[in-house]
Write a protein that binds this ligand. Sequence first.
Ligand SMILES: [Zn+2]
Length: 507
Amino acid sequence: MKREKQTRLVGPNQRIKMHILGSAGDVSGSLFLFEYSTPEKTLRFLLECGLHQEDEGINRQKRLPKGIEASDINFVIISHAHIDHSGWLPALVKDGFKGSVYTHPATRDLLTFLLPDSGRLQAMAAERSNKRLLKRQKQSAGTPSARKTSRIPKSIPLYTEEDTVKCFPLIKAINYNQLYNVADGVQLRFTEASHILGAAVVTITMGKGEDARSVCFTGNVGRPGTPMLKELEPIKRADYVISESTYGNKLHQKRDRLTILADIINKAHARAVVKGHDTGCGAIIIPAFAVGRVQTILHDLRLLMLAKRIPNIATYLDSKMAIAATEVHRKWASLYNDETRAIFERGEDAFSPPRFVEVKDARVSNRLFEKASEPIIIVGSSGMAAGGKILLHLEKRLPNANNTVIFVGYQGTGALGYDLVNKKPKQVRVHGEVIPVRATIEYMSDYSGHADYEEIIAWMRKFEAKPKKTFLVHGDGGALETFQGHIEKALGWTVVVPQRRQCFELT
Ligand SMILES: [Zn+2]
């Protein structure tokens, strides 16, 4: 009895604690720890295992609560493949985590190349930092600060590509709409999130019978009518809800994306047919995120070309990562909405416009830099033009007025894409060179993968009973508080905006 009083058990036999360890007050590094205790045992599991991409330093801090190590975690649940939800997993495994990782099979397939790529980026970042350190040490040699700089330790990557390989045998794939017993007293169900391929809304139930408590985590949820994907699945009830809040204080423009894209492409094509002196015809360059956005763009270009709403322009996909991601998107055609599934069922490929080339050979890629006899479309990865091959194409094409660059996703400050879209610069620096910008820069916000606050509230409205409490995460400062107000006003729910490292008892 004494113990019961001290620990405020949910029922006579259990206690649930939830630690908010990431994406609190910001949109990166999703990480939640649950401790589910019965008199016999305590199970500890992570919901999400995201890399913090906005503040890299956080990934190297002790992210788990004091006294809890990676080896104490029994299992991990990952809602979707984006690195800010999955990319800390290799660090956890490197630190001694040996349990199972539950995720959708399509997410598992996407992680097989996203995690190694993240490992390569970590190694490159460490190498860059060590080069800078070596330069500083050389410059300070013989000066009073020499001893200080010589004591700065070399950077080691958070994890490498090799480290990521150890994650894959741990993954146990879970389909949508099935109830899985993942541990004694813990059940898990994934439902469609309509965010990216394989993305799930995660419902976890802890305890049995009257003691059972459920937590519904939105992960990231997409908009109604998201291209290709099925609609966000309604949830009937949960004791607790954890909701993303990316667009907690914003509403999307409601307009027909295909009409906008057709208009932009037609104007871009009219510019591109004009031959430059040395460069030939112009190009339409579309930098897009390799997973999800590239496939949606290819899908839309194909639709518009087949409907003769835009000309049949030769379309090149010039990114190894995007080609691999597109292959996974073909494999999981069964997950799409009726319209997109029907394309595959007819034996056609929804991601291949009529004159489509996946650039797997460097010689083909190099030909794209030569004088063109007709307008071309180049789709490449790095949606913010932050690195990779797309930069080479921009370096070549930005100086000429017959080229167009269409950005189709979120642009973070500091990225080349952000500057081109928001600052309208006359020149930019690419690979250290100053490049004049004469190409037309377009931006479409219509491809957002996140529902706005009205759209999430419409999904919440379908709950048959009010949850005990709703936690708002994955939003910037202003978005969280504004969203809290919107939900309280529209639904009368009890809503809290948690801080990082805050712990809640789920009673
Ligand atoms: Zn996401």
